[in-house]
Design a binder for this molecule. Structure first.
Ligand SMILES: Nc1nc2c(ncn2[C@@H]2O[C@H](COP(=O)(O)OP(=O)(O)OP(=O)(O)O)[C@@H](O)[C@H]2O)c(=O)[nH]1
Ligand SMILES: [Mg+2]
Length: 1127
């Protein structure tokens, strides 16, 4: 616990006004953990000599070895600022993109953040990402510009140059903030305007709307970082120093007799000191004078580094030491490494912890200052409006804002992640130092035992003498103590085997939580209105018996104070604090909202920036250990906010992670902590997408393809496609229209596959959430329910529709947006089903936009067909979920249904009864489609609606092919697959973007590695003021494994890339390509066996999935024979 006692911290927890919850955010390696070390050292938890070297919060072994943080961890610190005492709950977060989900878990629990920026590297991709995250969570940031020592020692800048450089960095950071702010203001303005417009629709219509007005009105000065605002600290965490201009203003106001307020305003900026007039003047730059900041601040630091490190001028050092009034120990000044002396001086002169903690206490908000806006955002989950929540729920907003710890206030807690700790590390299992009495007691015990043993020995020798006389065996003489010791040993071992315990990483937002208290666990889909109506009034978590969906109860068995590597047990924790909760592993998977009141809504889900994309299949080395693996994977899933664990349809256990480093950590954890068995992991499973493209205009040797040849290619594919399928039910015409009849010949569909324009695919891809909402709205509309949707959601849907309309232009797409039938797979994917059936009118997917006239009038024929409408959708969903190339999902394909006939004998007999319940049937079938789509790969007839079979027993039994709806699903699916194959098919590869920083010398090698791995450089620029180049490139995920390592090796560690998933890209080569024209034969030879990247990928996937791969196993038989002969 260091210098601060647990009681002190408990006392401080009761005063939310003096509590600060904050996290440290930055790009990887900018010095977060080093900075945290300095703060931790200020509390005496680690020695200040070790601060910066120990990286105390990197408690895992692999974190220490790799030198990067992999999880967020919290520590509570005590600090004194002015005449007040503060409690600082500090969370250190990782900067590596693979662990960005850990950043989200940290940011949610905080009110403020320290953003660290490396003075040399400046604003990097993750810096922007964390600023955005802080912004989205509505928490206030302060800035630390770290590693200033690198400007002196590495870049060798003069103090004046350094000042210009620092100004530039500040500008960059502020530009990011500015962009975030502008977009928000504009968004808010637009929304407000719309609402106003709606309200006063009739009154005044001729208002002129000025977009810039919002920006001018809104005060954003407090948002920006500026040293004179007191929200910037300049630091070198490794050398232990840091300052804000406040400190220097204080020093110089005493020394020079200038008012502190004046100095505060002029120390940063274009001001200089006029020595003669003893005045501070403006316009340093214009007059070629040294700015005040350089003269009074930087020059001092530069000359100190010069004296101590560069010139090692002992006399000068002594002078400086005495003038600064710091004490240096003899062993520091004699040390061979001048940095030791430097940090000894600096950490006393300008202690970093003091500068940072003062800024934190002054500038970051306390839990009491939480804004109403943030509370409303946290509480309005999904598309719901805050004011549509039940009244009791809305009242809870007050509880949040007051952050009161009164007894009668409901407790509200948010758990942002579950982390595993070794059961031995828990306070009650931990060895603690013994008290004096205990030592005395133990001594007494040992003495007694010794005495016992002595007497036992004595009796043994005695009995042995007896033995020689009587001849009996000396069994009972074994000292009694030994056997009990053995027993103890055994049970200890058992306990050791025993497991990891899970602790919830949480924060109390309102009320007090007590050890053993029971609370409601509110699932993400819990609806407080439903809960309130079902539960009796004033019901608490301990007596709740009623069944409410997504609501359960549990008790918080233990509460902990998080102290970095250690935990301290607590009895209760008041509002506004970060804490650890034990005993929730059964009811909380990764994150949850807990409350004593059922009126509390679940908080909005954490916003994760990284998409898990790297998947591997895992199996135990010994098959008998499968159960252990399964258990281990379950634990891993719980312990990691972002890792996903699933069982594929092939029965493989698959782990999905955010990147290579993350994967490695998960595997290590699984091996050493959770499963404790030997495991083997497959090579990463690379996801692909399948798509179709327009027929190519040129062949592989860039010769124009005549119309003749184009058709030849399509014909060939078509022949392939129709193989193995009786052609009397399937017909493919020359322009790609596929017509398929069900086995009972009662229904026929004609489908054509059309490639969607790239922009449309991108739009669909980025709007999945919206499409899902749209689908839910449609379902509830069809069920006749009305859903409270916020205006914003409707606006968003309308905007989405308009965008689609503007992108789908041209004759081919005429009226296409109105005719959209469904999206797929899973009803929200990037493929479209289009209704081009003449005379068939079905309710539009946009019907929620035109409220009031639901469904439209029912024409008899249309209504009848609509009964099978869902079969068509289901077939489409199945077809888009796994394509014919290698059973990967489709992307960017539009299936247009051009004809759809059903013979009257297939139609239900009792039309009137059917019409009545056709609506409800539609809805029930919907959920079935979801299910069948999820389990995927279900073929003929499995998704048949039972309701269908029930309603028409005669029809079903009379037909040996099964119910019509089932056949139709299968037929539709097959038709889509054939239609897909009738077009030129392509694979799509997942792409990473990466930003690599490298010096000019290693630039060539970086390009070499990128080229070898099919990477493409987007742009390259030189970072101003440094000799670094920044290269932005894209790289297929399939080629990325080992990329970071290779780059690091080839550049001797100078360049280290960060890979982030960016988009899907069509691989231009055709996997089915064979030479068809004369030129191609000439160029590629008859076999055309030069590398076909797409084919290689496709075959690899097919092989993995156990699908048929068309490959010659022996390519050159003769050569193999000669080889073996020569042996
Ligand atoms: N020269 C110099 N090096 C520093 C300074 N602060 C940190 N470093 C070094 O930068 C490297 C990264 O420091 P960390 O504190 O681990 O960085 P981090 O931001 O916690 O990194 P992640 O947690 O992996 O994102 C270490 O080798 C530190 O010694 C500094 O002020 N000056
Ligand atoms: Mg770190």
């Amino acid at each position: 616990m260091g210098l601060t006692s647990l009681d002190k911290i408990i006392a401080l927890q009761r005063n939310p006004a003096n509590t600060r919850n904050l996290c440290i955010l930055a790009h990887v390696d900018h010095g977060k953990t080093t900075l945290a070390d300095c703060l931790v050292a200020s509390n005496g938890i680690i020695s200040s000599r070790l601060a910066g070297k120990l990286r105390y919060l990197d408690s895992r072994e692999d974190e220490q070895i790799r030198g990067i943080t992999m999880k967020s961890s919290a520590i509570s610190l005590h600090c004194i600022h002015g005449d007040q005492e503060y409690l600082v709950n500090l969370i250190d977060s990782p900067g590596h993109v693979d662990f960005s989900s850990e950043v989200s878990t940290a940011v949610r629990l905080c009110d403020g953040a320290i953003v660290v920026v490396d003075a040399v590297e400046g604003v990097c991709p993750q810096t922007q990402a964390v600023l955005r995250q802080a912004w989205l969570e509505n928490i206030r940031p302060v800035l630390v510009i770290n590693k200033i020592d690198r400007l002196i020692m590495e870049l060798m800048l003069t103090s004046q140059e350094a000042y210009a450089h620092l100004q530039k960095i500040l500008g960059q950071v502020n530009a990011v903030t500015g962009a975030l702010f502008t977009s928000k203001v504009l968004e808010e303005r637009a929304e407000k305007e719309k609402e106003e417009e709606k309200e006063s629709e009739s009154s005044s219509r001729d208002q002129v709307y000025d977009w810039s007005a919002g920006l001018e009105e809104a005060d954003d000065s407090h948002l920006y970082f500026s040293p004179d605002q007191g929200n910037v600290v300049f630091a070198s965490a490794i050398d232990g120093w840091g300052f804000s201009i406040q400190q220097f203003a204080h020093i110089y106001s005493q020394r020079m007799g200038i008012k502190r307020e004046v100095l505060l305003k002029t120390l940063w900026g274009d001001f200089y000191l006029n020595a003669k007039a003893k005045k501070i003047m403006k316009g340093a730059q214009a007059k070629g004078k040294k700015p005040l900041f350089v003269q009074l601040v930087l020059d001092n630091i530069w000359s100190l580094y010069d004296a101590v490190v560069t010139r090692r001028d002992k006399e000068k050092v002594e002078k400086v030491v005495s003038s600064l009034g710091v004490k240096v120990m003899a062993r520091d000044s004699r040390h061979t490494d001048p940095k030791v002396l430097l940090s000894a001086i600096c950490s006393q002169w300008l202690p970093l912890s003091q500068a940072v903690l003062s800024m934190v206490c002054e500038k970051l908000p306390s839990p009491l200052d939480m804004s109403a806006e943030r509370v409303e955002r946290l509480m309005s989950v999904g598309a719901r409006r805050f004011d549509s929540l039940p009244e009791q729920t809305q009242e809870l907003k007050e509880a949040f804002l007051q952050c009161s710890s009164d007894k009668d206030v409901p407790a509200i807690i948010f758990v942002s992640k579950m982390f595993a700790v070794d059961a031995k590390a828990l306070p009650h299992n931990r060895q603690r130092p013994l008290t004096q009495e205990e030592i005395a007691q133990r001594r007494e015990l040992a003495r007694q035992r010794h005495a016992d043993r002595m007497t036992a020995d004595q009796t043994a020798t005695e009995s042995q003498t007896d033995l020689t006389q009587s001849g009996s065996t000396p069994q009972e003489v074994q000292p009694a103590g030994l056997s009990t010791a053995k027993m103890e040993n055994l049970s200890l071992k058992d306990e050791e085997e025993q497991k990891e315990t899970f602790i919830a990483f949480a924060r109390v937002y309102s009320g007090v939580v007590k050890k053993g208290q029971r609370v409601f666990v509110l699932g993400p889909k819990y609806d407080p209105a439903q809960g309130l109506s079902k539960l009796p009034e004033a019901c608490t978590a301990s007596d709740c018996v009623a069944e409410v969906p997504h609501l359960s109860c549990c008790s918080m068995e233990s509460l902990y104070l998080l102290m970095g590597r250690e935990l301290e047990e607590l009895e209760e924790v008041p509002a506004g604090n970060v804490l650890g909760i034990g005993g929730l592993e059964e009811c909380v998977l990764k994150s949850a909202t807990l409350s004593t009141s059922p009126a509390c809504p679940p908080f909005i889900p954490l916003n994760f920036e990284a998409t898990p994309i790297v998947r591997v299949a895992i199996e135990p080395k010994h098959p008998s250990e499968m159960p252990k693996l399964v258990r281990g994977m379950r634990l891993l899933n719980q312990a990691d906010p972002c890792a996903e664990v699933l069982i594929q349809e092939t029965g493989e256990h698959v782990l999905v992670t955010a990147g290579e480093v993350h994967l490695q950590r998960c595997l290590d954890d699984l091996r050493d902590r959770f499963a404790k068995i030997e495991i083997s992991a497959s090579k990463p499973i690379i996801p692909f997408r399948e798509t179709v493209v327009r027929p190519p205009k040129v062949d592989m040797v860039n010769e124009d393809l005549g119309r003749q040849q184009k058709i030849a290619i399509i014909h060939q594919v078509k022949e392939d496609a129709s193989q193995g399928r009786s052609s009397d039910t399937l017909h493919v015409d020359s322009n790609g229209l596929v017509t398929l009849t069900t086995p009972n010949r009662l229904a026929t569909v004609s489908v054509r596959a059309i490639p969607l324009p790239q922009e449309v695919t991108n739009l669909l891809e980025s709007s999945t959430e919206l499409i899902r909402t749209l689908d839910q709205l449609n379902i509830s509309l069809r069920e006749g329910k009305s859903l409270e949707v916020s205006l914003r959601t409707l606006e968003a849907i309308a905007g989405f529709k308009a965008q689609l309309e503007s992108l789908l232009q041209g004759r081919k797409w005429r009226n296409a947006v109105e005719r959209i039938w469904s999206f797929g797979p899973r009803r929200y994917g990037p493929n479209i089903l289009l209704n081009s059936v003449e005379g068939y009118q079905r309710p539009s997917v946009w019907q929620c936009l035109v409220r009031g006239d639901k469904a439209g009038e029912d024409e008899t024929q249309a209504a009848v067909i609509r009964d099978f409408d869902n079969s068509i959708i289901s077939g489409f969903q199945l077809a888009t979920l796994s394509g014919p190339m290698c059973e990967e999902p489709l992307m960017g394909v539009c299936f247009s249904v051009e004809r759809w006939d059903i013979q009257s004998s297939a139609l239900p007999q009792h039309q009137d009864s059917l019409e009545e319940d056709s609506l409800s049937h539609d809805a029930s079938a919907d959920s079935k489609v979801e299910e069948s789509a999820k389990t995927s790969e279900q073929t003929d007839g499995t998704a048949t609606g039972p309701s269908q079979a029930r309603r028409r027993p005669e029809a079903a039994s009379s037909d040996c092919y099964g119910p019509v709806s089932g056949q139709l699903i299968a037929a539709m699916k097959e038709a889509c697959r054939h239609a897909f194959q009738a077009q030129p098919q392509r694979l799509m590869a997942a792409m990473y973007t990466c930003e690599i920083m490298a010096t000019a010398e290693v630039l060539g090698r970086v390009y070499g590695v990128l080229g070898k791995r099919e990477g493409r450089v987007l742009h390259e620029e030189m970072k101003e003021g440094t000799d670094m180049f920044i290269i932005k490139a894209v790289l297929p995920v399939a080629e990325s494994f080992g990329f970071a390592d290779e780059i690091r090796k080839r550049t001797s560690g100078l360049a280290s890339p960060q890979l982030v998933f960016s988009h899907w890209e069509v691989i231009t080569s055709d996997p089915y390509w064979v030479p068809t024209t004369e030129e191609e034969y000439l160029h590629f030879g008859e076999k055309a066996d030069s590398a076909n990247q797409a084919l290689k990928y496709m075959n690899a996937v097919r092989r993995r999935k156990g699908l048929y791969v068309e490959e010659k196993i022996v390519e050159h038989a003769e050569k193999q024979r000669t080889l073996s002969k020569n042996k």
